[in-house]
Design a protein around this ligand. Structure first.
Ligand code: FAD
Ligand code: FES
Length: 367
């Protein structure tokens, strides 16, 4: 027995010594000291501590690069052109970079570690992105797994965005989740309401941000956001009719677009195809009916792909792709705006192409 205890003691001792050595080595190896960052050839410079990702380093300086995945190299939105000071492009970045971007040393800023002085180029408009700390004014169940979150900005602050754009939403540690993460959410409210931001969040089982919104967030809580970001917004100059297609929480940016078009009195005809599985997945029906009354050019076409027994559904049924195919006769004078899961969007884009829509008349946000 004494021998066993002695062995356990020795192993524990050795492990502790190793842990201390590793932690000291890590500290020493990762001590990059002060580094200088030059943005847009002298447009802005700052000095900071090295060792973090370029995305976090810039964010700390209140320079917000678009990002949807929280730095996991799965959204490809955080691109920055690095003129000097970065290492080689990592395998994690390759799928998101075109051959030309790789040649120009465009990098995913979440994958670039700041180790020495760097010079980078970023679009000037990113300097206009602001950070907000708002208060949750309303948290409403839209379906069994979708919540609408209404955030009020602090007194005197306003947000300026184009309908269709998105915000980055930051969580706080909650329950067993100790980390803070940030994710992209499309703004569901119209730009005319510049003191509020509505988000529509669908619960992803095991998801960190959606778990926070669905399980931890309360009315009255403070939440941090930055934005606006994104190039999903109305073009429309050359179109008489707008075909809008969404599924699930993809309704968010479409809702903002339809309110915006209606409030501005634009005369586009709009058909909005909204796909859901069963009746329990449909929401915003009353609101859309109200919008149809306000805007005679707007038609809402909800469709169920698999109505449940007892759903008593008299509307469209079938996959949203089939419903769209049934309703559309051609592409002339039309633009399409889509938002939903990658699978649904790819299938819808194929249908639109088969109806004659060119790729440059189709705009979308996949999530
Ligand atoms: C431009 C843009 C706008 C977006 N707008 C919205 C919006 O308005 N409303 C909204 O609800 N979401 C929106 N998203 C998606 C959102 O940013 C998050 O990715 C999503 O809410 C999941 O975050 P999470 O932290 O809960 O999950 P994570 O913790 O990131 O993921 C947990 C697990 O779920 C998987 N997963 C992640 N997302 C999904 C998904 N959608 N379906 C199935 N599995 C998934 C992951 O691979 C992982 O295994 C948008 C994304 C983009 C890029
Ligand atoms: S933040 Fe998503 S890929 Fe970099």
């Amino acid at each position: 027995m004494a021998e066993i205890l002695q062995t356990i003691g020795s192993v524990t001792g050795i492990s502790l010594v190793l842990a201390v050595i590793i932690s000291l080595a890590e500290k020493w190896l990762n001590n990059y000291g002060q580094v200088n960052i030059d943005i847009n050839r002298g447009g802005r410079t700052f000095t900071t501590e090295g060792g973090r990702s370029l995305l976090s380093t810039l964010s700390e300086q209140k320079i917000f690069i678009p990002s949807a995945c929280g730095g996991k190299a799965t959204c490809g939105l955080c691109k920055v052109q690095v003129l000097s000071g970065s290492g080689v492009i990592l395998p994690t970045e390759i799928p998101y970079l075109t051959a030309q971007e790789q040649k120009d040393n465009v990098r995913l800023s979440c994958q670039v570690k700041v180790k020495n002085d760097m010079a980078i180029l970023i679009p000037e408009e990113l300097f206009n992105i602001k950070e907000f700390v708002g208060t949750v004014e309303e948290l409403r169940d839209e379906t069994h797994d979708i919540k609408l979150l209404r955030i009020r900005l602090p007194e005197g602050e306003t947000v300026k965005f184009k309908a269709g754009q998105f915000m980055q939403f930051y969580t706080k540690p909650y329950g067993k989740v100790k980390e803070t993460v940030f994710r992209a959410y499309s703004i569901a409210s119209p730009p005319s309401d510049n003191t509020h931001i509505d988000l529509i969040v669908r619960l992803v089982p095991g998801g960190l941000a959606t778990g926070y919104v669905h399980q931890a967030l309360q009315v009255g809580d403070e939440v941090r956001l930055s934005g606006p970001y994104g190039d999903f917004y109305l073009r429309g100059e050359n179109a008489d009719e707008l075909i809008m297609i969404a599924g699930g929480s993809g309704l968010a940016p479409i809702r903002s677009l339809i309110y915006d078009i209606t409030e501005k009195g634009l005369d586009h005809k709009i058909r909005f195809f909204f796909g859901a599985v069963a009746r329990r997945d449909l929401y915003a029906l009353e609101e859309m009916a109200q919008l149809e009354k306000q805007n005679p050019n707007f038609t809402f076409i909800p469709a169920l792909s698999n109505p449940a027994d007892g759903d008593e559904w008299e509307g469209e049924t079938g996959r949203i792709t089939d419903v769209v195919a049934r309703h559309l006769d051609g592409a002339e004078g039309k633009e399409a705006y889509l938002c939903g899961s990658p699978g649904m969007l790819d299938a819808c884009i194929a249908v639109l192409n088969s109806k004659g829509f060119s790729d440059d008349s189709i705009f979308y946000d996949k999530f």
